[in-house]
Design a binder for this molecule. Structure first.
Ligand code: FES
Length: 136
């Protein structure tokens, strides 16, 4: 396991000239909205916050999730745990990308488009209800 660094730790580690490798392996942190104690029917994010053709990152009960919006009116979500070696997948302009070894996952179905990962991301049940994306 790698230790994840806070922004302050990064500054300290950077000034000491160390930590870059471990930081690159973390791929996440508390830099996304955090939801706790949510369940079926609860709002994850307003649909308008998720870019069409893009994705939104959130933490649900400590688990990183990417909510993507493959079309204007649809949303799907996946656990942001890379199926290669478990790094946190991020929403980027190139799609759902793992920062560790460069795997890329499909925004619509979570399938691996580019390895080394071969398995799809684990789905998280969400649906569009009115103007919101909710847990199912
Ligand atoms: S852990 Fe994601 S590509 Fe290796």
């Amino acid at each position: 396991m790698h230790r994840c660094f806070s922004r302050r730790d990064l500054l300290i580690a950077g000034s000491a000239g160390a930590g870059a490798v471990a930081v690159a392996a973390c791929g996440g942190g508390a830099d996304v909205p955090e939801l706790t104690g949510v369940g079926s029917g609860d709002v994850v994010v307003p649909l308008s916050e998720v870019p069409a053709g893009g994705a939104y990152e959130v933490s649900i009960d400590g688990r990183r999730v990417v909510v993507s919006r493959p079309t204007e009116d649809t949303a799907v979500a996946f656990a942001a745990r890379c199926t290669h070696q478990g790094c946190t997948v991020r929403a980027t302009e190139e799609g759902l990308v793992c920062p560790c070894h460069g795997s890329v996952f499909d925004l619509g179905d979570g399938s691996a488009l580019h390895g080394p990962a071969t398995g799809p991301l684990t789905p998280v049940g969400v649906a569009v209800r009115g103007t919101d994306v909710v847990l199912t």
